[in-house]
Structures are given as structure tokens and as C-alpha cells.
Design a protein around this ligand. Structure first.
Ligand code: ZN
Length: 177
């Protein structure tokens, strides 16, 4: 065939949703009752996120320090970053939490989000410190998750920090003290 007379067509691929024989009514009035079509496609973005007033918490992690906050207006103390008190609304100040705390409770995770899936099963703990009114959720490593037992409740644990900070809450984890 003469090159100039060939029909013009874009290249096609079999990536993504490839459907054949999608039901379609002869009477177009029936289209109004059609169920929505749902497709799946891969989506990837760079997400720029501000830690805002929690930024000092992450700067602390990058420097091997776990920071809590203490209300200036009432005696409440937080084991997490919180710049305003949930009780009195007063402003909080930063302080460094002790390296050692105790396991308040734990759970063994056999399933997780995509990032943590390769590490399952892993152990999550709530760490408590004497005199601190809220707890901190973190990982407990260096224990056998298959040997999980209630004996772990009350166990002394010690914070450890990743040398290469990712500026994420997972920069800190705990090991038996
Ligand atoms: Zn307060």
C-alpha cells in the first residue's frame, strides 16, 4: 500500500486496564442507569509535607534525642510532640524523655502497610515513663515475636536511634534494657 494512504493510528499497549466486550446497550437511554466504571492505575507523586510546629521532635530524632512536651499552664506532660495542651490549651515546652521506659502494652503485627510488610512479624509497644501522662508508640526489636508473652508488660526498654535519620517517627525504636 502507498505509505501516504495507510490509516494513521497511535501505538497501543496492553499495560493498565485492558477490557474486551464492555457491555453497551443498543438503546442509549439505558446508559443513564449504568453502574460506574472503576479502574485501577498506578499513581506516584512527590509529596512535600511540613512538620510545622512538630519539627523540633524530628530534629531531636536526628540528634539521638526523644523529645516530649510539658504544659506551661498545668501539670500535664506528653510523651509525644504537642505544642498546645489538650486540657488547658496552654503552650507546651520541649523536654528530653528518659532513654529508659517500660512496656505498657504490646502487639505483634503480622500485617502492615507496604513499607513495613517485609518486616512482619514485628512488635509494636506503647512506652510509658514515670511522671509522663501519655505514652509513645514505637517498635520493640531484639525480641522473638514468636515468644511474645504477657511477661513483656512492664519490661524495661531503652531507646535506640537510627544512625541515618529519615526524619520519620521510625528513626527511634526500643530494645530490652
Ligand atoms: Zn495544660
Amino acid at each position: 500500500m502507498d505509505e501516504a494512504k495507510k490509516p494513521i493510528r497511535l501505538p497501543e499497549s496492553e499495560e493498565g486496564a485492558v477490557l474486551f466486550n464492555v457491555p453497551f446497550p443498543r438503546d442509549l437511554k439505558a446508559l443513564k442507569g449504568m453502574a460506574p466504571i472503576i479502574t485501577k492505575s498506578h499513581y506516584e507523586i512527590d509529596y512535600i509535607h511540613s512538620y510545622g510546629q512538630d519539627s523540633p521532635f524530628f530534629a531531636g530524632l536526628a540528634n539521638g534525642k526523644l523529645l516530649g512536651t510539658r504544659c506551661a499552664g498545668c501539670p500535664y506532660t506528653y510523651g509525644t510532640p504537642r505544642l498546645h495542651c489538650m486540657y488547658c490549651g496552654g503552650e507546651c515546652d520541649w523536654f528530653e524523655l528518659p532513654r529508659e521506659g517500660i512496656v505498657h502494652t504490646f502487639t505483634v503485627c503480622h500485617y502492615g502497610s507496604q513499607e513495613f510488610l517485609p518486616e512482619t512479624p514485628f512488635v509494636l509497644i506503647l512506652v510509658e515513663w514515670p511522671g509522663v501522662d501519655t505514652m509513645f508508640l514505637s517498635r520493640l526489636v531484639g525480641v522473638d515475636s514468636a515468644a511474645a508473652s504477657l511477661e513483656w508488660v512492664g519490661m524495661k526498654v531503652r531507646s535506640q536511634f537510627k544512625r541515618l535519620s529519615r526524619l520519620k517517627p521510625t528513626d527511634v525504636y526500643f530494645v530490652p534494657a
